[in-house]
Design a protein around this ligand. Structure first.
Ligand code: GLY
Length: 378
């Protein structure tokens, strides 16, 4: 037995028990929220963005959770609700102005998962249209994917986009056409040039001239304010996103970059009992945390542990399990008083200590991975 398998075995009781608790709670929560696209629970009840905000970047996570649960349990109830969520996303799909770089978050784990799990061709077509839309955002001057539509944010290249790239890698494999993947790789190369700092921390937002490609500088992002801040969810997108780019391309430089940002994250989070602060560079006495950053990073570290040599695996897998345990033991609500499980998410710098469906999604994905379930969702 290899080191990966023996660490999983040593934590088997925790992993199995947590998966069972998730399934038990979602068997109650899922049918109650069948006709919604929730982002967070308010007074214990999930809100719904299917009508008031059909283009919210978080709208794919509810169907994504349902597909994770279906893939892990084969309970048709989860599949039916996942498909209902995908139907609700059609309002955004039908409106071009609703489409931006987050089509990856929105459709890769809804329609994309639907196709990969069941072979449904209508779902494949929807995911493929979204891949084409994401590819169309590539700018050959800036060598990157444009994040947003509107003029005020037109020059932004943001770290979050890394997590949307798996939609492009998938589209290339599906069509046997390298173009989607080439756009993604070019974007990653640009991220490595200016987003990733030498110490493994990352910038959130950079600005580029759309017509000359000139790098215009760093902009304040979602971190604690200063230009050298270290917004932990941005760090998390980098850990998981770069790891996925390595998995889909086998490019050594992406693996080294993923390890670099992972080492930075593991060192910083170990100083806060494995629960990420909101920003690794916030004032030391500030208690703000973002549990979603822990869940996202745990997913990235689990995948990193799978691809590194035997002698490196324990570092990443043990850190992932410590982070997941810290969330499960200190930040999860297993009662029926709240639709959400994971608490302590920082939705933004102004909205702290809430639940959010993306934090929920990645926590469940982390346990799904530790259980050894397939397929990989990104
Ligand atoms: N992608 C937006 C966020 O992480 O808040």
């Amino acid at each position: 037995m290899g080191i990966y398998e023996s660490i999983i075995l040593a934590n088997k009781a925790f992993i199995d028990e947590t998966w069972e608790k998730i399934d038990k709670k979602l068997q109650v929560v899922a049918p109650k929220n069948r006709d919604k696209l929730p982002s967070m629970s308010i007074n214990g009840v999930y809100n719904d963005h299917s009508e008031d905000m059909p283009d919210a970047w978080t709208n794919g996570f509810w169907p994504g959770i349902m597909w994770l649960m279906y893939a892990g349990t084969k309970n048709d109830m989860y599949k039916d609700i996942a498909i209902r969520g995908e139907e609700l996303l059609e309002t955004a799909a039908a409106n071009f102005d609703c489409l931006y770089h987050d089509v990856g978050f929105m459709w890769h784990i809804s329609s994309g998962a639907h196709y990969r799990i069941t072979g449904d061709l209508k779902a494949k077509s929807r995911a493929m249209y979204m891949a084409a839309s994401l590819a169309s955002r590539y700018n050959m001057n800036t060598k990157s994917i444009r994040a947003f539509q509107e003029e005020a944010r037109s020059t932004w290249v943001i770290i979050d986009s890394l997590m949307n790239l798996p939609l492009l890698y998938w589209a290339s494999r599906e069509t046997n056409d390298p173009r989607f993947s080439l756009f993604a790789q070019s974007h990653v190369d640009t991220v490595l040039e200016n987003h990733v700092r030498k110490d493994g921390s990352v910038n959130h937002i950079l600005s580029y001239d759309l017509h000359t490609g000139e790098f215009l500088g760093v902009l304040p992002g979602q971190g604690s304010g200063a230009l050298d801040s270290s917004w932990t969810r941005g760090q998390a997108w980098a850990v998981y996103g770069l790891t996925l780019s390595y998995i889909h391309t086998q490019k050594e430089e992406y693996l080294n970059a993923a390890k670099n940002v992972a080492h930075y994250f593991i060192a910083a989070v170990s100083d806060n009992d494995y629960v990420p602060q909101y920003d690794f560079r916030q004032p030391y006495d500030c208690k703000d945390v973002d549990t979603s950053a822990g869940a996202i990073t745990a997913c990235g570290l689990i995948e990193l542990a799978k691809v590194v040599p035997e002698c490196e695996k324990a570092l990443y897998l043990n850190a992932a399990i410590k982070m997941v345990k810290a969330l499960v033991e200190r930040y999860c609500d297993w009662t029926e008083n709240d639709d959400a499980i994971l608490q302590g998410v920082a939705a933004s710098s102004k909205v702290m200590n809430v639940s959010n469906v993306f934090g929920e999604y990645y926590l469940i994905e982390a346990i799904y991975k530790l259980k050894g379930f397939e397929p990989m969702f990104w």
